[in-house]
Design a protein around this ligand. Sequence first.
Ligand code: ADP
Ligand code: MG
Length: 475
Amino acid sequence: MEWETVIGLEIHTQLATKSKIFSGASTAYGANANTQACAVDLGLPGVLPVLNKQAVTMAVKFGLAIGANISRRSIFARKNYFYPDLPKGYQISQYELPIVANGTLTIELEDGTSKTIGVTRAHLEEDAGKSLHEDYHGMTGIDLNRAGTPLLEIVSEPDMRSAKEAVAYMKKMHSLVRYLGISDGNMQEGSFRCDANVSVRPKGQKEFGTRTELKNINSFRFVERAINFEVERQIDLIEGGGKVVQETRLYDPDKHETRSMRSKEEAMDYRYFPDPDLLPVAVSEEDIESVRATLPELPDAKQARFESELGLSAYDAGILTGDRELADYFEAVVKSCGEAKLSANWVISELSGRLNKEDMTLAESPVSAEMLGGMLKRLAENAITSKMAKEVFDAMWNGEGDADAIIEKRGLKPADTGEVEKIIDDLIARNPEQVEQFRAGKEKVLGFFVGQVMKASKGKADPAQVNQLLREKLK
Ligand code: ADP
Ligand code: MG
């Protein structure tokens, strides 16, 4: 029997406000435990929450970016449950009336096609504190710094059909919140995490199968692995005559398995009700329009522009627009050298490769966009060869200054054509056997000649030119 996978994701993204969603305490990450939890976050009696307007603005911005409806009126509700990291005994969330509803996000699939995923809703809520198990032998520590950090929970339709699609969706959403500047998206720090709802059904069947929910996955790699593991588990279970039970499961990346946390029967009744301490949130038409005016160019539009205006391939444009900082860097390189395709190649391979290797972020790159652009300008003018360009890039990386200074200091200059021709003529005269082989159709011999020319010119010849000259002269 052929099976089809069905996936819906719930993504939690922390909003990048300076203070918490209902208090003035700081949201900065990494402070000493319990130094950033005020009376409101602790749920002490006699205090009242006050909504952070910035969190609402960010949610509206997100809603507009995914073409969703922005609710003119939305309600905060109490979701009641008992847990040590939740001192109030309830989480303030939105239930019946979320601030954002019915949007879409288009993802690109590996075969080059795209697919539009429905976003059911996105609602504002507060994060809980953190339970710390590792450092307290036989006990649990509670850090309430995170309590009250604003979250946007983004719930998708069950529209995804493979782990790959789920990853593509999660990545696209991650890129979007960063473009919008509403979240730093830092997954190690828990700013962006997701729950994956997974079910399988026989191919062709209309009804969905019973789903399980995989909790709190905080990396793209784990989401793919967790879903694939869970799909296999469900298929094996059904094919062995069993039944999937609706339950919450936890993915363990070390053991690469999912384990049951609680079944539907044990599921909590959250007793949602409107929070009497908070007024309904009213968003006016003018509010919406003023947020709309702050929307940046979004990834899809940027990608389309890179393709149509700069002539990049869809693949290159996709990589470069996957991250807003990378796209900005690339555009600055193009601005300073005027060569889009060349800039794309260098940013995608040399620069990104180097950053990756050194485990550095773009912001930490010792080579600025202007420096790279300055060097590419010389390369495009043939003032240096591509081999020299790599040398210049290394030198810039090591802090030796900009391209022109390095070219000057090191005396980098391509060999002139006359010089190269002389080297080639010499080689041909000294290697009649290889010349014969080439003429007999043995293409590989060309590599031998190119190597010899490069060696004789001390690497100063331009390989492309050498190739061309060799072919002419060997004929
Ligand atoms: P709950 O209120 O229990 O969280 P929701 O209806 O809000 O349930 O759905 C939560 C998530 O589960 C959504 O992302 C939705 O797309 C997804 N989902 C619902 N049914 C299925 C299913 N049968 N298989 C996979 N995902 C599903
Ligand atoms: Mg849910």
